[in-house]
Design a protein around this ligand. Structure first.
Ligand SMILES: C[S@@+](CC[C@H](N)C(=O)[O-])C[C@H]1O[C@@H](n2cnc3c(N)ncnc32)[C@H](O)[C@@H]1O
Length: 601
């Protein structure tokens, strides 16, 4: 196993095969531990979901419920389960599932929805995943920089995307089941009861399809004739609800939407905290408008956190056809004990999708700008390869095959962390995300729309890739920034280049410490707290460090943004990035191995 639960014991696993849906309730009634339901292989009728709902209502007050199935099954579970939503976990498949006509990306993950019968935060053990190592340089996949002394020697906290294990929904799920038995191996729980419904009798068709066809015909999304001649690239400063109405039907080849998440962010000129009902009613209006302007066979992609994506999904499937739930592992931060790394990109086509340009024409990505030379939009980095410049250089020189398959599970694109890549926007996306999406879903000269264009990540990448673009943005400030960056492209500059910029907006509540020259290194100060901890046999407080530490407390107050940061090294035993001694030898061995395998000529 590649995980380790620090503070628990494994639950005893009890597996039951369910063949009649009526039998589910008898195994659930009054059960107060952890129940894991594996959904039938085929999508189910509404009657299955109502039986499920009635059964789940019988769970005990302290129970945890895990439901495992494909993404498009789980959205229906979420809309039927009368419990507290806690988590959506994406789990890597062993065997990708291909669409023969290439109308969607290969499916490479399924999901586990976690609910609780109790209110409040999810209770689970502190579970860590072993560090992974780059197959070429044998150092940790992630570069931990100068903070290694503050990390755990075993591994990182688990996140909501599991890629270190792989199972198929149709086959042996024991790795996943064992992990849940450890993750929830808490005081008070004894049993993990697995109700395996995969062989349920009378698996039926997906009844909501009928309703969906009816709804789609009422919407008359297809009624107007194509009207798309020479669309002209443009940025529009205005409210998307009004501006979308001005666009002709069937005129856009790909729409990418990164809406405000309604999480109370302080956007320039827009309130991001509507009531949840108001928020989704508002979303449904612009989704319908975007669907209208989309050309038949083309794709609308919406980015959101999993819980919000579920709600979008339930509306989208009424008017468009499901293609993919892309699980984007966007590099997690340890903000919770299960790190939130998962962003969902929902892809739906207007009617039957055309074969995806990026899957039928690999040349679609050749025009990618040079801002990120190692990034090939249609050839993602294979799992575990690192992004250290020296290792990438050596891999390229040795012609090492470090690329993997393009699927609906993405891990090689990280959120913008460094200020030198940001302009003044709270939620600016990395351009690589848009390079990939645009290369998959469009050909050159086709029209890309983003009606929440921010500082222009979508319109700028479309411009660089030789596509037409329409970017709508309500904030004048962001609109002006995007305009200026398009001008940079026209002048031959890369708007995503690295640059020292003075930012006025910051996407974190913790005040940033001003860069300064340190009289004593931060590492030395943190190691001193660790020494005091060892001396006292407990985590030291600020007062303890005043009394027993050898450095003045003023250094701690001036150099660290919190006591948590100052005492980080005392909580962990520290880690090493290196697994083997000779990196160059490993590289050569890997290259030789690749040559012998005929991976490149
Ligand atoms: C999540 S941000 C998009 C950031 C963008 N993807 C980028 O990389 O710059 C959402 C954007 O939607 C804009 N916005 C909010 N309501 C809007 C509306 N009604 N019409 C147009 N834009 C809106 C906000 O000002 C914000 O810039």
């Amino acid at each position: 196993m590649t995980h380790f639960s620090e503070d628990g014991k494994s639950l005893s696993i009890n597996q039951v095969t369910i063949t009649e849906q009526e039998n589910i309730s008898q195994h659930i009634a009054g059960f107060n531990d952890v129940c894991l339901i594996v959904l039938p292989i085929r999508s189910q009728s509404d009657s299955f979901y109502s039986v499920l709902k009635e059964s789940i209502e019988l769970l005990g007050k302290n129970a945890t419920l895990i439901t495992i199935g494909s993404s498009n099954q789980l959205v229906h579970v979420q809309s039927n389960v009368p419990l507290v939503y806690q988590l959506w976990i994406s789990i890597k498949r062993k065997t990708p599932q291909y669409s023969v006509e290439k109308r969607s990306l290969p499916n490479y993950h399924f999901g586990a929805l976690v609910h609780t019968a109790y209110q409040g935060a999810l209770k689970h053990t502190v579970t860590r995943i072993k560090y992974t190592y780059c197959p070429a340089c044998d150092r940790t996949t992630k570069d931990y920089g100068g903070k290694k002394h503050t990390y755990n020697s075993y591994g990182t906290l688990i996140s909501d995307i599991w890629r270190d294990i792989a199972c198929d929904l149709e086959a042996d799920l024991s790795d996943v089941i064992e992990r849940f038995s450890d993750l929830f191996g808490l005081e008070g729980y004894q049993e993990l009861r697995v109700l395996d419904c995969r062989n349920l009798k009378n698996s039926t068709f997906y009844a909501t399809e009928n309703q969906s066809v009816l709804y789609k015909s009422q919407l008359s999304l297809f009624s107007e004739t194509a009207c798309s001649e020479d669309a002209i690239s443009q940025l529009i400063n205005g409210d998307c609800l009004e501006q979308l109405k001005q666009l002709p039907s069937n005129s856009v080849d790909f729409a990418f939407i990164d809406p405000p998440y309604n999480l109370g962010k302080n956007y320039n000129g827009y309130s991001d905290d509507l009531s949840i009902q108001e928020y989704f009613l508002w979303c449904d209006i612009w989704i319908k408008e975007v669907a209208r302007v989309l050309r038949p066979g083309r794709t609308l992609a919406i980015l959101n956190i999993p819980l919000w994506a579920i709600r979008h999904f339930l509306f989208l499937e009424k008017i468009l056809e499901f293609q993919n739930w892309i699980a984007w592992d966007a590099l997690s931060f340890p903000v919770r004990k299960i790190m939130p790394a998962h962003y969902a990109i929902l892809c739906f086509s207007k009617g039957k999708s055309r074969s995806l340009p990026g899957l039928v024409n690999q040349k679609n990505s050749l025009d990618t700008p040079s801002s990120s030379r190692t990034f090939l939009p249609l050839a993602p980095l294979a799992q575990n390869y690192c992004l250290r410049a020296e290792c990438v250089r050596k891999r390229n020189a040795l012609e090492l095959t470090d690329r993997g398959m393009l699927t609906d599970l993405w891990w090689d694109i990280h959120r913008l962390k460094h200020n030198s890549r940001r302009v003044d926007h709270l939620c600016q996306l990395p351009p690589q995300l848009l390079y990939r999406l645009i290369c998959i879903f469009t050909n050159r000269n086709e029209v890309v729309l983003d009606c929440f264009n921010g500082v222009g990540t979508t319109s700028l990448t479309a411009h660089q890739l030789g596509r037409q673009y329409i970017g709508i943005e309500i904030s004048e400030k962001y609109h002006q920034i995007a305009e200026a960056r398009h001008e940079e492209i026209r002048q031959g500059l890369d708007p995503f280049r690295k640059e020292e910029r003075k930012l006025t907006e910051k996407n974190s509540r913790v005040p940033r410490k001003i860069k300064q020259v340190y009289e004593i290194s931060k590492k030395e100060l943190q190691l001193e707290v660790k020494r005091v901890a060892n001396q006292l046999g407990r985590m030291p407080s600020r007062e303890d460090v005043i009394n027993y530490g050898k450095y003045s407390i003023r250094y701690y107050d001036e150099y660290f943004s919190s006591w948590g940061e100052a005492s980080a090294a005392a909580r962990h035993d520290g880690m090493s990035e290196s697994r083997a001694n000779s990196q160059d030898d490993n590289l050569k061995n890997a290259a030789n191995n690749n040559r012998q395998l005929g991976l490149f000529s």
